[in-house]
Design a protein around this ligand. Structure first.
Ligand SMILES: *Cc1c(COP(=O)(O)O)cnc(C)c1O
Length: 456
């Protein structure tokens, strides 16, 4: 098989700083051993997130110059609306500044105290928006989704029986809508099959409950369906995306992911009354319904990006990068979550550093070692990020200790990936030297962003 090459060449370059080991040790010390507190320019390769960090194409930059900044009814809005409709087939389109703004409008409009929202797994901002209006965010992921080495093809699927039981337990009146997140970000970017979307819709329909898709990575999910689900190998990604949305009554979207843009989002629905109510909230929070929280040029960039995300060559390359890194790490016996999802590779920190107990944060040990060794910034998804205390105030470990290496879209080339492999291997070979950490300072909420660490 031939090498899968990046389906683009580079027209503008952005320099990255190449620093020394000594420099990085000092920088991390100054950041209190928390990579969130580093200056971005001190990170040679930044894998903190794939959200809003992608590179735009020449077509997107050209479209930005065509941005129509009229307050109401601009040409850019019309292009945006037409594109979103052509992909989703959904009637009412509301632009927002990013995904969580769409979620907030949805939650404020439709959820009452005590209502229950089932999902395969709620993303953290989705959960926060539901809980803020006193709703209950339920995760009904299939069992294999929680097993880090089960190689099932669609580990993002919802468990249909759990959904059925959930509706019987709480009753239709308590469930204003159900959701499904494609791909399942919280579960490692694992895909959801078309069959599962169809089944979820069928169950919800029987009780007259609408379905909302959290569509942030809809194009990556469409590619997984094309390559893994029988009957889809000859379909275009556009056709697959259209079929996915044909089962939905609405969707929320962060265009910072599969919109291939640096900012933006939308909320869409078929129901006229919902659209009316959403618009009232939209005007209050985001802006007039033909721009949401966005400039005309942003709407243009997104309209082009959404279509580019569905180009087969792009998705082939995108998925090849994930596969390239994960296969080479596995060859070196470096433990990762399998199979890898669509936008990131996850190191299994418990297996990487079996000698370090969860409450000495093995994930932080790896994140810090990879930064010092090679200037690569990853993120811990373990007991620091998901840390909880029990009734007696005793800290509880998270079930999984992971390190996420998320891939910005169209940003790094194969040599950057080769470098990542070398650095992670060096850290793995010398893993006995990696210390555990303790927290010396932490805020009350979302501690992972700002807490300070000290090695033990
Ligand atoms: C990123 C993301 C969101 C929130 O979008 P923002 O643009 O960051 O507000 C919601 N759901 C999923 C699955 C996401 O990945």
């Amino acid at each position: 098989m031939k090498t899968i090459i990046e389906p683009f060449r580079i027209k503008a370059t952005e320099p990255i700083n190449l620093t020394t080991l000594e420099y990085r040790k000092k920088a991390l010390e100054k950041a209190h051993n928390n990579v969130f507190l580093l200056d971005a320019e001190d990170c040679s390769i930044d894998l903190l997130t794939d959200s809003g960090t992608g590179a735009m194409s020449t077509r997107q930059w050209a479209a930005m110059m065509m941005g129509d900044e009229s307050y109401a009814g601009s040409r850019s809005w019309k292009r945006f609306e037409k594109t979103v409709k052509s992909i989703t087939g959904i009637k009412h389109i509301l632009p927002t500044h990013q995904g969580r703004a769409a979620e907030a409008i949805l939650a404020h409009t439709l959820i009452k105290r005590g209502d229950v929202i089932p999902n395969n797994s709620h993303f953290d901002t989705t959960r926060a928006n539901i809980e803020y209006v006193r709703g209950i965010a339920l995760n009904l992921l299939c069992d294999e989704g929680l097993e880090t080495e089960n190689k099932a093809p669609f580990k993002g699927n919802m468990d249909i029986e759990k959904l059925e039981r959930c509706i019987q337990k709480y009753g239709r009146e308590k469930i204003p809508f159900g959701m499904i997140t494609v791909t399942n970000n919280t579960g490692g970017g694992q895909p959801v099959s078309m069959e599962n979307i169809r089944q979820v819709k069928a169950v919800l329909s029987r009780y007259d409950i609408p379905l909302i898709i959290d569509a942030c990575r809809f194009a990556e999910n469409a590619y997984f369906i094309r390559s893994r689900e029988p009957g889809y190998a000859d379909k275009s990604l556009m056709e697959i995306a259209q079929e996915m949305f044909s089962h939905a009554d609405g969707a929320t979207m962060s265009c910072k992911k599969d919109g291939l843009a640096n900012i933006g989002g939308f909320l869409i629905c078929n129901d006229d009354q919902w659209a009316e109510d959403f618009k009232n909230q939209l005007i209050l929070r985001e802006g007039f319904p033909t721009y949401g929280g966005l400039a005309g040029r942003d709407l243009e960039a997104i309209a082009v990006g959404l279509v580019e995300a569905l180009e087969l060559d792009y998705q082939v390359y995108r998925h090849a990068t994930v596969k390239y890194l994960s296969e080479r790490l596995l060859e070196r016996h470096i433990p990762i979550v399998q199979p890898p999802g669509g936008h990131a590779v996850f190191l299994n920190a418990k297996k990487f550093l079996p000698g370090i107990p969860p409450l000495q944060y093995p994930g932080i040990g790896i994140v810090n070692a990879i930064y010092v060794e090679g200037g690569i910034r990853g993120v811990e998804l373990g007991s620091v990020m998901f840390g909880k205390v029990d009734d007696k105030g005793i800290e509880q470990a998270s079930p999984l200790e992971l390190v996420r290496l998320a891939f910005p879209r169209r940003v790094y080339t194969q040599s950057h990936f080769d470098y990542m492999i070398e650095i992670i291997e060096q850290v793995f070979v010398r893993r006995d030297k990696i210390p555990g950490y303790r927290i010396t300072h932490q805020p009350r909420f979302l501690r992972h962003f700002t807490c300070h660490f000290e090695s033990c």
